[in-house]
Design a binder for this molecule. Sequence first.
Ligand SMILES: [Zn+2]
Length: 161
Amino acid sequence: MRRQSDTVRGAAKRSPLPRRVVLAKLPHGGMQVKQRVPLAGLPRLAQVLAEPGGELAVELKLQVAGAGGPRLQASLSASLALRCSRCLQTFHWPLALQLDLRLVADADEERRWLAQDEPYLAAAGVLDMPRLIEDEVLLALPSVAHCRRDECLRRWQGVSY
Ligand SMILES: [Zn+2]
């Protein structure tokens, strides 16, 4: 059922990412997703952001099992509102993340691939797409966030102009 507001605001493309992708049931050609995901729909990420609004642009390709698969390749970008740990002001941090992950079904398989590839555990061959996206974005966030405002840099680095 389509809600009225989706039609009015053209938000139909912002549907949620699938939470249950059974890798063994993917069509032969794999799966491609290109959509904008509201950050508010990723609760663990939303919790660390200084402001809740905004969207994550997701372009994602899932390849079925084969010599190198199943694999997930994705490009994620967003402007994330973080709090500067020096001046405590909100600033926008550009996220641009490229992923190339081998999807593994259990911890044994994960260990086996760790040395030569970047495995991601899709337990029992079922991929929770928003969870993967959120995990990877959280990993990519700076552990200490610093803005690039002139006054913030000057104050904390003692640089004078
Ligand atoms: Zn700052």
